[in-house]
Write a protein that binds this ligand. Structure first.
Ligand code: ADP
Ligand code: MG
Ligand code: MG
Ligand code: MG
Length: 399
């Protein structure tokens, strides 16, 4: 146990030598801070041959992209490391491996995934990973089933709900997802040309009522230990491999939130592609993205049902047909949360590369307009979209 201090590049090397689990620690000689996220320091640690061997990630006591005026708990490093350890227990093949963490220093050492690429960047460039969506569905099924009441002992589950109470990070989601995009707010980041469309969201009573219901479920439904921020920027891919990172928003919440976040980012990419690639490439990549949406859901749903049939511990929840009925509720939730993810990443503060990389201003506005319209449709029509095919039909109708 050591007292918190912000790591320098040299501190990160020292720490990796101690806790990186490499055979010859003295071979680690250099580090580079590569964090491109909004919150934390991420150091890549290199050996004498210039090969990166391990990652050191440290939480800062404030929001990195804003500064010291927005303090943020260091406890998020504990949450991140422990969520990834638990998810890694149930889905080692698709969870980044945590090698060590220290809650006092708010630091963790993890497996280096430099052989992989962040999925969002690959989607922006039109690079296809045909197996990734099925693997993501498997990650969601394994992690969410095994941490739910279907599988957890009721005492353990209640203890974990407390252990993963994550009030400060949840507060960010509660504001950025469910409040700010539907208000006049200085942090919103939508193109000013879309003011009339965004104003129409604020004035849409039916939409705001649905968003209230989604926020209420986010606040109150402790269904499983969520990742809490499963977007394509938290997912590394390589040929035949997928690894999820960055679980500091983890807490016990509604399963549809993780599933919907994952689907939402794919649909944002779908809307952005005409602004990113030449017309024929874009059309091809869009079809792949719709395939990913459908495959992610199918893989999650089949995985969850198979696990429920085989491994449900609770005698009442094991009743035939109950898991399938619950899955229908997850689907409805997923559609709603998917819609709020699309809107919060286009109207709200957390803008994504898919949109930011569109150079032509008019094209960017058109892609964002489509995304906002789609997000609204999904939130409003969640109860009437029966399955993944119906979802894809809606997406195509939207433009
Ligand atoms: P934040 O919580 O600040 O968003 P992330 O965990 O998302 O930080 O990491 C930020 C960036 O650092 C990632 O986008 C990726 O480029 C790099 N990174 C993070 N973890 C790893 C890893 N295990 N291996 C290689 N690069 C990583
Ligand atoms: Mg991140
Ligand atoms: Mg980030
Ligand atoms: Mg993060």
């Amino acid at each position: 146990m050591s007292q918190y201090r912000t790591f320098t590049a040299a501190d990160a090397v020292d720490y990796a030598r101690q806790f990186g689990g490499v055979e010859n620690p003295e071979s680690l000689v250099e580090s580079q801070e590569i964090g491109d996220g909004n919150l934390n320091l991420v150091f890549k640690i290199f050996d004498r041959d210039g090969i990166s061997r391990v990652i050191v990630k440290q939480a800062l006591p404030y929001v990195r992209c804003v500064g010291e005026s927005w303090p943020l708990t260091l406890d998020r490093a504990r949450i991140e490391a422990e969520v990834l350890q638990i998810h890694g227990e149930y889905c080692p093949q698709h969870t980044v491996k945590i090698l060590h963490y220290d809650p006092q220093l708010a630091v963790m050492v993890m497996e280096d995934l430099s052989s992989h690429a962040i999925w969002r960047g690959e989607q922006v460039n039109g690079v296809d990973y045909p197996q990734a969506a099925g693997q993501l569905g498997e990650y969601l099924a394994q992690t969410l089933f095994h941490t739910s009441d279907f599988y957890q002992h009721p005492h353990q589950k209640k203890a974990d709900v407390i252990r993963f109470t994550n009030p400060e990070l949840c507060d960010i989601t509660e504001e950025l997802f469910f409040n700010e995009p539907y208000e006049v707010h200085e942090r919103n980041g939508y193109p000013r040309a879309l003011e009339p469309l965004v104003a129409s969201l604020r004035d849409d009573d039916e939409l705001r009522q649905k968003v209230a219901g989604l926020k209420h479920r986010f606040l109150s439904h402790a269904e499983a230990l969520l990742h809490g921020d499963v977007h394509s920027g938290s997912i590394f891919v390589a040929e035949g491999s997928l690894k999820v990172i960055d679980a500091e928003f983890g807490y016990y919440g509604p399963i549809g939130f993780d599933v919907g976040s994952a689907l939402g980012n794919m649909l944002i990419n779908y809307c952005a592609l005409p602004g990113l690639l030449a017309p024929r490439e874009a059309a091809d990549a869009r079809e792949k993205r719709l395939r990913d949406v459908s495959t992610t859901w199918q893989s999650f749903a089949e995985g969850f049902l198979a696990l429920a049939a085989e491994k449900t511990q609770d005698r009442a929840l094991a009743r035939p047909g109950y898991a399938a009925e619950f899955l229908q509720k997850i689907w409805r939730d997923s559609l709603g949360f998917c819609g709020t993810e699309v809107i919060r990443r286009t109207v709200g503060m957390s803008q994504v590369a898919d949109i930011k990389n569109i150079r032509d201003e008019a094209m960017k506005n058109e892609c964002v307009r489509q995304a906002i319209t789609l997000g609204r449709t999904l939130i409003l029509a969640a109860d009437r979209i029966e399955d993944a095919d119906a979802l894809i039909a809606r997406v195509r109708q939207n433009g």
